[in-house]
Every structure is written in C-alpha cells, then in structure tokens.
Design a binder for this molecule. Structure first.
Ligand code: TMP
Ligand code: ASP
Length: 245
C-alpha cells in the first residue's frame, strides 16, 4: 500500500483502496467488530488478519469449483487485490438451520433443520436497518435485473453446497451465511465482500456434549466466549485441511 492508493470506501469491517489498475481494488480487513447495525462495537487484535486468511482460502476453494469471485491475489497479511465491482445493495442470506433473526421473526424453533436451504434477501441500507425484502419488493426497488437475481440465486445455492461439504470435512456445521454480489467491468455477476466467521454461523461438530458450540461472530453478539480463539481454530482447521489435500 502506498499513498497513491486512495481510500475509496470504509465499511464496518473493511476498507477499500484504489489500485493503480482501475479495474482492481485493494480490500483491507480491520480488527473492528460490530453487531446489531453497529449498536455494539469492539476491537479484537488479529481479527482482520484471521478473516483475511479465511476469506482468501474460501474464495480460492470456491473458484476451484468455477464460482466467480472478486478475489485476484493476496497483497498483504490483512489485504487482497480484488476485481472492482459495482456492488448490488442486497445481503443474500442462506439458512440451513433456523437460528438468529428467523426465530425472532417467525414461530420456527431454533435448531430446526430445513429440508431445502432457505434464501432471504435484505436491503443493504444501514439507515433502514437492512430490512427483509420480498421478491416483489426487489423488483420494485429496481436494484437488480431479473436475470441477475436468477444468477445470484443459482450461484448462492451452489456456494452453500460447496461450503457445507467443505466445512463438514473439518467438523463444522455451516448453519447460515450472508454473501454480497456485484457486477464486474464485463457486467458479470461476481461474489464480492468476504467469507469469514463474521458473516456466517459455524457450529463445532467436535463438541460432544450435545450443546451448540458457536465458532463465529455469535460469540461477540451474545458474549459467549473468546472470538479470537474461535477464529484461530477455524483458520487452523482450514489450513490443515488444505495442506492435507
Ligand atoms: P441473522 O440470523 O441475524 O439474520 O443472520 C443470518 C446470517 O447472516 C448469519 O450468519 C450472520 C449473517 N449476517 C451478516 O453477515 N451481516 C448482517 O448484517 C446480519 C444481520 C447477518
Ligand atoms: N453486520 C452487522 C453489524 O455490523 C450486524 C451483524 O453482523 O450482527 O452491525
């Protein structure tokens, strides 16, 4: 990073810097943690580096299955170079097991396994507190074309399949996750943002007392335990698995 790399955007957990090549950006991970639309805030030394390592490995794994992602190459311990995208302001959430907001908004009991993964779309808008959308509302607000939404749906379900199996290999249950997409310079739909324990729920299948053991941001959201220890555990399991294959 040098001073020519102008800060383009600062989010809650990442900063985006300009790259010499206008079709690329540099994505840098911060140590900040926020929850409940930043009502709760903290900082964990080393979180940015862990989420960066985890995201790089997940993106590389997805690309090996031909999932289009914005990841190009690593640029430092806490950053990578990605394709510059026009971000589609939708948060796409996949749920395999009911937990979190769906259990507060419906009468579905926490821990209910879904026969088919459920996809929820939220509008990415902090001022409106990221409201849940319906398909008709998505059409009305005109943020995405019908074909693009079809592509997003298909890619998201494929990501769920690939990553559910990936995490099962390292004895983690992928309960749910949030992804974001954008359009690259050719107008293609590409997976953006990050994939880390900040935006998914991972339950430890090694826990043998029958209780849920979260190894994700729920530890911070609900004050359940040591976040860095959990993120380190996930990163180590991923690295051990990759080096064994
Ligand atoms: P939820 O249960 O709060 O709807 O969250 C579902 C999944 O989406 C969970 O893995 C956490 C992730 N998520 C984000 O990454 N960002 C968010 O702003 C929210 C609300 C959830
Ligand atoms: N990402 C949201 C926030 O930063 C909410 C969450 O992840 O719980 O506030």
């Amino acid at each position: 990073m040098n001073k020519e790399n102008k800060l383009i955007y600062e989010g809650k957990a990442k900063k985006i810097f300009a790259h010499e090549d206008p079709e690329k950006v540099i994505i840098e991970f911060k140590d900040d943690a926020t929850a409940f639309n930043a009502m709760k805030k903290s900082k964990y030394e080393g979180k940015g580096k862990l989420n960066c390592m985890i995201s790089k490995n997940i993106f590389k794994h997805l690309m090996s299955y031909d999932i289009p992602t914005h990841y190009i190459n690593s640029s430092s311990d806490i950053s990578f170079i990605g394709q510059k995208l026009e971000i589609i302001p939708l948060e796409v959430v996949v749920r395999n097991i009911a937990f979190g907001s769906i259990c507060k908004q419906t009468n579905i009991k926490p821990g209910t396994k879904f026969d088919n993964p459920l996809i929820d779309y939220y509008l990415k808008n902090d001022e409106l507190n990221d409201p849940l959308l319906t398909i008709d509302r998505i059409k009305l607000i005109n943020v995405v074309k019908t074909q693009e939404l079809f592509d997003i749906n298909k890619i998201t379900l494929k990501i769920n399949e690939i990553l559910s199996e990936f995490f099962l290999n390292i004895q983690l249950k992928l309960v749910d996750f949030k992804v974001e997409f954008g359009r690259n310079s050719s107008g293609h739909i590409v997976l953006g943002d990050e994939f880390s324990p900040d935006n998914c729920r991972l339950w430890d299948l090694k826990a043998n007392n029958g209780k849920i053991k979260s190894l994700d941001k729920d530890l911070f959201r609900n004050d359940l335990g040591d976040l860095i220890e959990a993120y380190n555990e996930i990163n180590t399991r991923i690295q051990n698995f990759i080096s064994s294959t």
